[in-house]
Write a protein that binds this ligand. Structure first.
Ligand code: WT7
Length: 653
């Protein structure tokens, strides 16, 4: 984009983009009737959405509540694996591609619904043969290979609770999650591919298991096949090859009839304080929410090829690669690698090759594509695309316009979808056949969702005024609790504005049309490339290093990543700041948490700005890192500290 085009795009950020007429004509939703219906009869609307699933027994009550604890579809019985697989086998869909998978090296696998049924049944029998029972926890630490959704659906089939841990997390992060969930089984792989290099997942698992007494067996998928990845540390009796175990399993497995409120999975996510929380999602409400949103937000049709580029290690992959699309009987594409391997055209190559119709990706990826240049997508035939979406962080209008022009070729509606690990499903979003979209705005709540922007006292603010984003009514896919810690659930989400108002942790405003503009986190959570990291976690990792006395961590604006991690570190006596020290501390954080938490820069300092009560003023550190004039410093114990820090920061730039 030329700079003139850029300026034009930015000036026009108030433009509204109506749904293209030919798109709207064929869309599932063409008018506001769904929103209106849900506004008049919210529970009736959600009950109708639940009817779209298969239930062994219908519920007695749609919603039972004692805020902030909610139960949806009480008395209902269903199974997520049955809904994602078995129910599609009685129609022509049994021979439809359920999962189209492409590995990073270019290998391919296509699983029809019938194939998926066989593989999931065998995997479920495999888990049973190892003693896994209803309610047991299974930790899954796999790369983006078909065995990952197969393992998840196998757990769901027998009522085991899965806890997927993103393959980029360190051994220590993995151990923390295994222990918190008290998992009996870990499913991993010898390794995963990332830009031609091997991520040593089995080695990380071995390291983690030194401190995980609950784990009885480790199932290892052979993805890479290098003997060296497993041989020196294979633990006889504990470690088992997936392919050996699978070989003689029966290829059918009865499904457990689960209560609507039985747990489906735990997924860990960072909060403002403490270690990551185990967000608990249950069966009936979650599946209802993700199936309905997949259908309406993506306007999904049976003949579509749908591709969500997220990793299944995050909630986006759980809800919109696995559970939503499969519950809808869709064809879902799954890609193992990164967008720049072997070159920067990889995503567009995949779109062209599989004739992808619906693409769902993240703003950070779009900003990378912009930087790499429009000539990359221009080399490919993207004419199959009819709808494109984004998720994970605020999208700047400039990136929105670029996405619209160069990927959507001016023809595809964009769905900018706001939601969270905790909400389980998309909450604020356009419906592509009806909503006039606006760059930088996720527009309005999905039917049956109630959101508001409030001030510190919980009162709605006027148009254009900033405030806190809250959800004022329960929605079926929302978390039920924090695994093993209901007090934390209440404290984190339902205390700031009372026990019936869910606090999202985001700042937002509404425009004159009532459209929501999400500004970003207002708590101590950093959003790096759409991934959540708590400042507390990175600070803990830093002070864990023997040379560090104190550390303060903030998120600062970053052109591509949205936010980057900036660390301010006080070294212990006897240690000198140096480039080598900076490098060592960054590596230390990577070892402790994972590469996604690597600080962008570390500034060594003798002091940190603190209030008189000793609290670190992160707001001032952000002002420094983002080169702003310093905000109010009157509450500081020693105002000189922050001025010195600012000068120092500017000197290192
Ligand atoms: C946080 C949730 C939900 C899937 C991926 C992230 C930010 C998410 C948007 C959006 C502006 C967004 C929020 C939210 N966020 N989507 N469309 N516009 N911000 O899940 O890791 O739980 O993070 O991501 O700050 O609170 P998550």
């Amino acid at each position: 984009m030329s700079s003139q085009e850029k300026i034009a795009a930015l000036l026009q950020e108030n433009r509204l983009f109506p749904p293209p007429p030919d798109f709207a004509e064929r869309a599932h939703v063409k008018d506001m009737s769904l929103h209106e219906w849900a506004r008049k009869d919210r529970l009736g609307f959600w009950a109708a959405m639940a009817e779209r699933l298969h239930w062994f027994k219908k519920w007695d009550t749609v919603l039972e509540w004692e805020p902030p604890f909610y139960k949806w579809f009480v008395g209902g019985k269903l199974n997520a694996s049955y809904n994602c697989i078995d129910r599609h086998l009685t129609s022509w869909r049994r021979n439809k591609a359920a999962i189209i998978w492409e590995g990073e090296p270019g290998d391919e696998r296509v699983l029809t619904y019938q194939d998926l049924h066989r593989e999931v049944s065998k995997a479920a029998n495999m888990l049973k043969s190892l003693g896994v029972r209803r309610g047991d926890r299974v930790t899954i630490y796999l790369p983006m290979i078909p065995e990952l959704p197969i393992a998840m659906l196998a757990c769901a089939r027998i009522g085991a609770i899965h806890s997927v841990v993103f393959g980029g997390f360190s051994a220590e992060s993995l151990a923390g999650r295994i222990n918190d969930a008290q998992a009996k089984i870990v499913i991993t792989a010898d390794g995963g591919w990332r830009r031609g290099n091997v991520v040593p997942l089995k080695q990380n698992t071995d390291e983690a298991l030194k401190s995980c007494p609950s784990v009885e067996k480790v199932i290892v998928v052979k993805r890479i096949g290098h003997e060296s990845l497993v041989h020196h540390n294979w633990v006889e009796g504990r470690d088992l090859w997936w392919h050996t175990l699978m070989r003689n399993q029966p290829d059918t497995c009865p499904v457990e009839e689960m209560d609507a409120e039985d747990p489906l999975y735990i997924l860990y996510t960072s909060g403002s304080t403490g270690k990551p929380k185990g967000v608990l999602h249950t069966t009936g409400g979650y599946l209802t929410g993700v199936a309905a949103t997949t259908h309406y937000v993506f306007d999904l049709k049976d003949e579509d090829v749908y591709w969500c580029t997220a990793d299944i290690g995050w909630v986006t992959g759980h809800s919109y690669i696995v559970y939503g699309p499969l519950a809808e009987g869709a064809t879902t594409v799954m890609y193992e690698g990164t967008p720049d391997y072997p070159d920067r055209g990889r995503f567009w190559d995949i779109v062209q090759k599989y004739r992808v119709n619906i693409l769902y990706t993240a703003p950070t990826a779009i900003r990378s594509f912009m930087k790499w240049g429009e000539e990359w997508p221009a080399r490919y035939d993207l004419s199959s695309l009819r709808l494109i979406g984004t998720v994970g962080e605020p999208i700047n209008p400039e990136a929105w316009i670029w996405y619209h022009q160069h990927i959507g070729r001016g023809k595809c509606p964009i769905v900018d979808t706001w939601w969270q690990t905790e909400t389980g499903m998309i909450m604020i979003t356009p419906l592509p056949g009806v909503t006039h979209t606006k760059p930088g705005s996720a527009t309005i709540p999905f039917p049956g969702v109630s959101a508001e922007v409030v001030d510190g006292a919980g009162n709605p603010v006027g148009p254009g005024e900033g405030g806190f984003l809250v959800l004022t009514e329960p929605a079926p896919a929302m978390l039920r609790t924090v695994w093993g810690d209901p007090d934390r659930y209440v404290a984190q989400y339902y205390s700031r504005f009372g026990k019936s108002v869910y606090f999202t942790g985001d700042g937002a405003k509404k425009d004159e049309n009532g459209y929501f503009i999400i500004v970003g986190r207002v708590d101590d959570v950093i959003n790096v490339s759409g991934h959540r990291i708590g400042t507390w976690e990175v600070e803990s990792a830093l002070v864990d290093h023997p040379a560090v006395a104190e550390a303060a961590v903030i998120g600062r604006n970053h052109d591509i990543k949205g936010q980057a991690i900036s660390a301010f570190v006080i070294l212990k006596e006897g240690h000198q700041p140096s480039e080598a020290m900076e490098k060592e501390l960054k590596e230390h954080v990577v070892r402790k948490i994972g590469a996604l938490a690597r600080p962008e820069e570390i500034l060594f300092t003798a002091d940190l700005p603190k209030t008189r009560s000793g609290k670190i003023m992160r707001r001032l550190l952000r002002d420094i890192a983002e080169g702003r004039a310093l905000g109010d410093t009157t509450t500081l114990a020693d105002p000189a500290v922050v001025q010195q820090l600012k000068e120092k920061y500017e000197a290192t730039e």
